[in-house]
Design a binder for this molecule. Structure first.
Ligand code: ADP
Length: 344
């Protein structure tokens, strides 16, 4: 193909590309803008040759330029432009290529899916709570003495129902998180007291599973600005997993560490561990490792995903170390400085 023909073809592709494209040279001068970008940004003026800084008063384009000029090493960002949700990607190579990908439809489908999950979960919550309370009354003898074998089956149904309650709560939490309507109420909290309360809640479960649950209580005090209900959820999930994915006679240790900037809470167990090749997927939604699925078929794979969201909303970090067959340590750290600790 001749050079001129080749150039025409490339220009044709760029011009008609389904994503919006803008290219700024190394001096931040706009050298290319395709039809789709003009349409998305509602531009009808000739802007080629202008410097980025001169484009900051053009409506819609101003948002993109704002992101472009404000940061280095940009990769991807979402922006609301002209009622649309646009994924803006930046590729730096002898200038900057900006790609505008319209994800309005995807966002809408995602929102509909979240709303659907949220409505279903809400609708299920009421009948499931009624089942719970009725079963409880049966078990407590409110409708007359229940026979031993009847009690055994009622208890089984009660446990299954409790799992449904947990699943519904997880789904509701996920819908809230993903719609950005999870309300955080940060208050100064004594983390040690919070941990002690949770440990107490798990004493019975640990005993039933023959697990030695130990709180390695530190000798320093821990007042920290957090939303205690959310951090409680994180710890409950860590401890629940450490008991669930453990062997009879196993151990679970909860410990706290603090330096000037952070406070770190860890839950260490002597349980099943996580297969190495699956470790990088552990915080993704619905993920469950192969080794636990063999013995425990009930989990939802939602707890750790929720934990990650909750800790990151506190500007904290979450991580784990694990060896299959030996055990795992799940940890999170929270910033101590009040100013850093502005919850999302
Ligand atoms: P669930 O426990 O309902 O499956 P989670 O999101 O809490 O969901 O955990 C996801 C997966 O991570 C678990 O299914 C399990 O494979 C693995 N996992 C989490 N905690 C532990 C642990 N302490 N020991 C071994 N595996 C764990």
């Amino acid at each position: 193909m001749e050079k001129k023909q080749e150039l025409l073809m490339v220009l044709n592709i760029i011009s008609n590309f389904t994503d919006g494209l803008l290219f700024f040279d190394e001096k931040d001068r706009l050298v290319l803008i395709n039809k789709k970008a003009e349409k998305l940004l509602d531009i009808n003026k000739k802007l080629i040759g202008k410097k980025a800084i001169e484009l900051t008063d053009i409506p819609y384009l101003e948002t993109i330029i704002g992101i472009f000029l404000s940061k280095q090493n940009l990769q991807k960002e979402q922006a609301k432009i002209n009622e649309k949700t646009i994924e803006v990607s930046f590729i730096n190579n002898k200038g900057t290529l900006i790609i505008l990908h319209d994800i309005t439809k995807e966002k809408m489908v995602e929102q509909m899916k979240n709303e659907f999950v949220s409505i279903v979960a809400h609708q299920l919550r009421t009948p499931i709570s009624s089942i719970k309370w009725t079963l409880k009354m049966f078990l407590e003898g409110s409708f007359g003495q229940v026979k031993q074998d009847q009690k055994k089956y009622l208890e089984k149904i009660y446990t299954i129902n409790e799992r449904m309650v947990e699943l519904i709560n997880d789904l509701l939490n996920i819908a809230r998180i993903e719609e950005g309507r999870y309300v955080y109420k940060p208050v100064p909290t004594n983390l040690i007291n919070l941990i002690e309360t949770i440990i107490k809640q798990f004493k019975e479960k640990a005993e039933v599973n023959q697990i030695n649950l130990v709180f390695e209580k530190p000798n320093f005090s821990t007042k920290i600005v957090i939303d205690p209900e959310k951090i409680k959820l994180v710890l409950q999930n860590f401890i629940d997993n450490a008991i669930k994915y453990n062997h009879k006679g196993g151990e679970v240790f909860v410990s706290l560490k603090s330096d000037k900037e952070n406070i770190t809470v860890s839950v260490r167990d002597t349980g099943l561990g996580i297969p190495k090749e699956q470790q990088k997927r552990i915080f993704t939604k619905f993920f469950r490792a192969a080794n636990v699925m063999k013995t425990d078929t009930e989990g939802s794979g939602l707890g750790l995903y929720i934990n990650k969201e909750l800790i990151e909303a506190h500007k904290g970090k979450i991580w784990f170390e694990s060896k299959e067959g030996k055990g795992s340590t799940f940890s999170f750290s929270l910033p101590l400085q009040k100013n850093n600790n502005k919850i999302k």
